[in-house]
Write a protein that binds this ligand. Structure first.
Ligand SMILES: Cc1cc2nc3c(=O)[nH]c(=O)nc-3n(C[C@H](O)[C@H](O)[C@H](O)COP(=O)(O)OP(=O)(O)OC[C@H]3O[C@@H](n4cnc5c(N)ncnc54)[C@H](O)[C@@H]3O)c2cc1C
Length: 172
């Protein structure tokens, strides 16, 4: 047993969603990986996160990275166990007034440049989708390709897959 833990190609500190994803890729590429977690999988921010897999466009880099991440999750979805609760719920960006509707149209056009289809909703269409919203909102943008999952079990799935490829999870 001691011998197995003597040397590793890579040591990942923390089994949150980021460490789990790194360990999964490293182990999948044949490296001997140790994952060191002081508490339990998803004990940090991963356990508090909402799990919204959403494309965001505050900068071109963020747009490219969040879209890339979303495509990776889409590729993985057929392998995810039910416990991960992956669901393509979509996102509705809500506009309170006509000024914010301008932002809805801008966002739609930006998303279209990277192949993301979205749909502008007027006031009535928004309330049909979300009847509990207040009636004075101007509308919104429906981005159907966004999704949601349960981050701690998603991290566990990635850690389990890393371990199946030879990684070792060390607690403490
Ligand atoms: C309220 C909230 C909502 C969020 N909603 C979303 C969302 O909808 N979509 C989204 O993409 N992101 C969301 N986020 C952000 C997301 O949760 C984080 O970016 C992500 O979980 C960070 O993962 P991580 O693996 O880097 O860190 P963490 O999940 O914090 O993992 C770090 C791990 O390292 C361990 N650790 C720390 N120090 C040591 C040590 N010395 N030795 C061993 N182990 C150690 C900790 O126990 C922990 O398990 C949200 C965050 C919050 C707080």
């Amino acid at each position: 047993m001691k011998q197995e833990h003597d040397s590793f190609d890579a040591v990942v500190i923390g089994a949150g969603i980021v460490g789990a994803a790194c360990a999964d890729v490293l182990a999948g590429n044949g490296l001997h990986v140790a994952i060191v977690e002081e508490k339990c999988i998803g004990a940090g921010a991963t356990g508090a996160g909402m799990g919204h897999i959403v494309v965001m466009d505050d900068s071109p880099a963020q747009l490219a990275l969040t879209r890339y991440s979303q495509l990776l999750w889409e590729q993985l979805k057929s392998e995810l166990p039910d416990s991960v609760e992956y669901e393509e719920t979509g996102t509705i960006w809500i506009a309170a007034d006509e000024e914010e509707m301008e932002e809805v149209f801008r966002k739609r056009d930006v998303y279209a440049t990277c192949g993301i289809q979205s749909k502008v909703l007027g006031r009535t269409a928004l309330l049909v989708k979300e009847p509990e919203l207040r009636t004075s909102l101007a509308g919104g943008l429906l981005v159907a390709s966004d999704s949601i999952l349960y981050p701690p079990t998603a991290a566990k799935f990635l850690v389990d897959r890393a371990c199946a490829a030879g990684a070792v999870l060390l607690h403490g």
